[in-house]
Design a protein. Structure first.
Length: 129
């Protein structure tokens, strides 16, 4: 785990892309030390199963990468889902606020219209004289 964190923390040069989690995991999983500690690769003393063991360890390493990739995708999906829910709530609140503001503006216009009509009736109404 420390190896992965160390690789992720390495500075990125100007023209390089930042290393993805999948890339870092594949580098660490390929490491003999990591495989031995994880119990995937036997010690070098036990080389009688060489080819089969190599295939098994490669399959296990590939499986581990796929598991991690799947988990990363699931986390990314959950984060995007949460972001979209927040955005929808924000839009809903903004929409409600806009409707309330429009309703107030309509009431102001109605009141001004009534006042104007009342004024016109007074001005144009029956005159004594």
């Amino acid at each position: 785990m420390a190896d992965m964190e160390a690789i992720m923390a390495e500075p990125v040069q100007d023209e390089e892309q930042p290393k993805s989690v999948n890339h870092v995991v594949s580098q660490v999983v390929k490491s003999t030390t990591f495989l031995q500690v994880a119990g995937i690769q036997p010690n070098s003393n036990n080389s009688s199963k060489g080819c089969t063991s190599s295939k098994v360890q490669q399959l296990r390493a590939d499986l581990e990468i796929k598991k991690i990739s799947k988990e990363d995708l699931r986390h990314e999906f959950e984060a995007m889902k949460k972001e979209s829910e927040i955005a929808m709530e924000t839009l809903k609140k903004e929409s409600e606020m806009a409707r309330a503001k429009q309703a107030k503006e309509i009431e102001k216009i109605k009141k001004a219209s009534q006042e104007t009509m009342s004024f016109l009736r007074q001005m144009l109404g029956p005159r004594d004289g």
